[in-house]
Design a protein around this ligand. Structure first.
Ligand code: MN
Ligand code: MN
Length: 316
């Protein structure tokens, strides 16, 4: 049992609308030393191609996360009893320079990983997953990837730029940061500029679960299959909130109708339990486009479910 120092402040001890906004009102720490999991924010939106606003994502997700309680009512898991988890704040990105920001994000996550903690990162646009995966693969070796998204993020370039929120997966494959045969993309849909953007993943050997494959049903069985494909090696979960339908998650920059439900989003994360997750992120939450903060609350809920899916978190 972990020290009470690492428990979120209970809503019965201090009202939920009180206190600074750390994730779930966990303790704030300067470094990840001694932690099992570090919650990180990356307030970046200069890699987006459409609507911006994800620079406000980490703040709003933390703010809505105060509504969560520490025990998962369904699985009876209590992640804060099993792991030392604290909020290490935000990466001080350079908002005028995407490439410099990428190096800052890489360095910040490399430090966390070397200190022995798994980062759970709140974005931020999807560009941030590239430096995180780069940092983690250097330490752990090539990663498996579970990628929830409406988009493949496999464009070769956008507006002539190689590094954007829509190109990061292709870069990660090219640089062998991720293993394409142990990569699954879930929730892909909508429209694109050219056909080949959409076939890149198949050609590389990705397991694809398009949104239409998921309509009107539970996808727990598909997660069983994805888990068996990925196996035991180090794995990363990247959850773009636009994988979820805009009816549930309107607060995002590139919404696509016909997406996954909140329920399927939770099924995906619970289906990652058993993987050797060495890090995860929830990205593309854009509060200025949100409605009643439902997107931030869903992102906070997904982040909590990710904590429950980590190795070492048992049911109470
Ligand atoms: Mn994405
Ligand atoms: Mn997307």
């Amino acid at each position: 049992m972990v020290d009470s120092e690492f428990q979120p402040k209970s809503g019965n001890e201090s009202p939920r609308f009180a206190m600074p906004s750390t994730f779930m009102r966990l303790p704030s720490r300067e470094s990840a030393k001694g932690l099992d999991v570090a919650i990180v924010g990356v307030p970046l939106d200069i890699g987006t191609s459409n609507r911006s606003g994800t620079r406000n994502g980490p703040r709003e997700i933390r703010d809505e996360s105060r509504l969560l309680r520490p025990v998962n009512l369904t699985t009876l898991q209590a992640p804060f009893d099993c792991l030392k988890i604290a909020d290490v704040g935000d990466v001080p990105i350079n908002t005028y320079d995407l490439r410099k920001s990428i190096d800052l994000i890489d360095g910040f996550h490399a430090r966390i990983a070397k200190q022995g903690a798994a980062p759970l990162t709140l974005g931020g646009d999807h560009t941030i997953s590239y430096p995180i995966v780069r940092a983690l693969s250097l330490l752990h070796g090539q990663l498996a990837l579970v990628h929830v998204d409406a988009h493949t993020d496999c464009n070769d370039a956008m507006f002539g730029e190689a590094m954007t929120h829509g190109t990061w997966v292709r870069r990660a494959v090219e640089e062998r940061l991720i293993d394409p045969r142990r990569t699954a993309q879930i929730g892909i849909r909508g429209t694109t500029y050219t056909g080949p953007d959409c076939t890149y993943g198949e050609e590389q050997g990705f397991t694809m679960l398009h949104a239409e494959d998921c309509w009107h049903r539970s996808i727990s069985r598909d997660m069983d299959r994805i888990r068996s494909i990925i196996g035991e090696g180090p794995a990363y979960l990247s959850f773009d909130i636009d994988g979820i339908d805009p009816a549930f998650a309107p607060g995002t920059g590139t919404p696509e109708p016909g997406g996954l439900t909140s329920m399927q989003g939770i099924e995906i994360v619970r289906g990652c339990r058993g993987l050797n997750l060495v890090g995860a992120d929830i990205v593309e939450v854009s509060p200025p486009w949100d409605s009643g903060r439902i997107t931030s609350l869903l992102a906070a809920t997904i982040a909590f479910e990710i904590l429950c899916a980590l190795p070492g978190v048992e049911a109470a």
